[in-house]
Design a protein around this ligand. Sequence first.
Ligand code: ATP
Ligand code: MG
Length: 331
Amino acid sequence: MTKKRILSGIQPSGTLTLGNYIGALQHFVRLQEEEECYFCIVDYHAITLPRNVEQLRENKRKLAATYLAVGIDPEKATLFAQSDVSAHLELGWIMITTSYMGELERMTQFKEKSKEAESIPAGLFTYPSLQAADIVLYNATHVPVGDDQKQHLELARDLAQRFNQRYGETFVIPEPMIAEFGARIMSLTEPTSKMSKSSLVEGSYISLLDDLKTVEKKIKRAVTDSENEIRFDAVNKPAVSNLLTIYSSITNKSMAEAEEHFAGKGYGALKTEVAEVVVDMLKPFQEKYEYYYQSEELDKLMQHGAEKARKVANETLQKVRDTLGVGFTNV
Ligand code: ATP
Ligand code: MG
């Protein structure tokens, strides 16, 4: 059976959260065993909002160390930074020229993120086109994402299809991979909005680097509801369902098993056990993270990943340039 080609990226826009772990990283670790995987630090996406330079430098290193510490193995998967492979920007431009204003205006993430900005950066508007380039550059057949990225992936499919229709079969059309549970971990303080690493409300998210006592505290303070029944019902019991989702994702139990496990127990017990499994997962992670963050091995691995990625990306880019009829020399 031919392997799937997987591509997924994470922005170095802050310390990763439990949402990023459950919705993305946890799946990546599993996928690298069976499929051909490309995991990317999408730093050119991160600058679509103004960033402090030192902060970005630190976030980029933190993200690389996080990928490695959760268990991404650079021998199995290709781990690299988007900005180290210039083909992303070239193909990004080509995908912008393939995009329409109307479809970019419909992106809910653009609408949400531009609400906060005084003047709306053009890059924030066109970044889904760059994201489409990130994906098709590696002929990705599948893109594992959380719920929040579904719309962007649909756009990527539309752009790839449009390009193929205009210029002839060039790109593979990528399929989304969205988990049944855990694709949208919610905020602990406001369970109707998603847990996000760029949130300003400290108690709303669990950072993968939070001190373990803080993790416990945040989970114990998480909002619940006025009933006392532990069952999954995302519409009527979003907070409790969120805690159940965290529990089942980390312990690898099905939702039915998780519900059964907590049958007859109270919210106090639920929080204690959720905190326990999260802390047990974070403890070894944080130790490995400390090692990678300060190690030169990280720099070498990222360089190696960039070289592997460039080969694949440049091949696609050359094909696209030939298809379009641009350029006098090869990349
Ligand atoms: P930002 O607020 O800067 O956009 P983010 O937390 O949304 O940060 P991204 O870098 O945009 O993180 O996304 C990284 C990956 O994590 C994507 O695959 C995304 O779908 C997934 N993801 C993000 N938030 C969640 C969440 N709350 N639950 C599950 N998956 C998530
Ligand atoms: Mg996001």
